[in-house]
Ligand binder design. Structure first.
Ligand code: FMN
Length: 201
């Protein structure tokens, strides 16, 4: 069973986080989930649902909401700095930050860890483990671009959640699936079937 950390921050596109949780658990992952303080606020704005703060209640919330039957889910609070995933000695197969706000991105690029998400990303970088960052902002300032360059140079994968149009998506769910599956492609995983480009018809 693979162990993976999924962090969700206060950027737009929370639907990508929800589908990532679902796909990872359906693929029998041991998933550690951390939402930043901002993520709770943006989730409420975008999806209209209040996510429980308590880690055990939140775990049950996801399992019921997504009808999860596989994998294991452990939820952490953003300020739980003594969590297992805050240490390099705790082994994982990687981490993704989906979506990633410019605030979190900048603090990770500066090595300035204020919460569990930033510390855990710092750990993945120092340990040379996969770290996938899905930055969500538009337009991008020079500061954002420099921070992304720093993270790319340090070993992270920068995966802007930009939809593909060549698949002719019929709805938002198809766009979301394309992005989430392509994001985990970068880990060498094939988590769900995808209508992949096979040349012009
Ligand atoms: C509805 C809503 C949407 C937001 N979208 C974004 C976004 O797409 N990108 C971003 O960098 N910040 C966005 N923000 C601002 C962040 O939530 C804010 O900077 C927050 O402090 C980020 O904290 P975090 O990185 O710890 O989650 C949004 C805020 C709200 C309320």
């Amino acid at each position: 069973m693979k162990t993976f950390v999924l962090a969700v921050t206060g950027a737009s596109a929370q639907i990508l986080a929800e589908r990532s949780i679902e796909i990872l658990l359906n693929n029998n992952y041991n998933l550690h989930l951390v939402l930043s303080r901002g993520a709770y606020e943006v989730w409420l704005s975008e999806i209209g649902v209040k996510i429980p703060l308590d880690p055990i209640i939140q775990r049950n919330f996801w399992i019921e909401r997504l009808n999860i039957k596989n994998g294991t889910l452990i939820c952490h609070k953003w300020n739980e700095n003594s969590a297992c995933i805050a240490s390099g000695s705790f082994k994982t197969n990687g981490m993704a930050i989906v979506p990633c706000s410019m605030g979190t991105l900048g603090r990770i690029a500066a090595g300035f860890s204020l919460n569990l998400i930033e510390r855990c990303a710092d750990v993945h970088l120092k340990e040379g483990r996969p770290l996938i960052i899905a930055p969500r902002e538009t337009p991008l300032s020079l500061i954002h671009l420099r921070n992304m360059t720093t993270l790319l140079e340090t070993g992270a994968t920068i995966f802007p959640p930009i939809p593909a149009w060549y698949t002719s998506p019929k709805n938002i769910e198809e766009m979301v699936d394309f992005l989430v599956i392509r994001l985990f492609d970068t880990l060498g995983e094939d988590l769900a079937p995808l209508n992949r480009w096979a040349g012009p018809k």
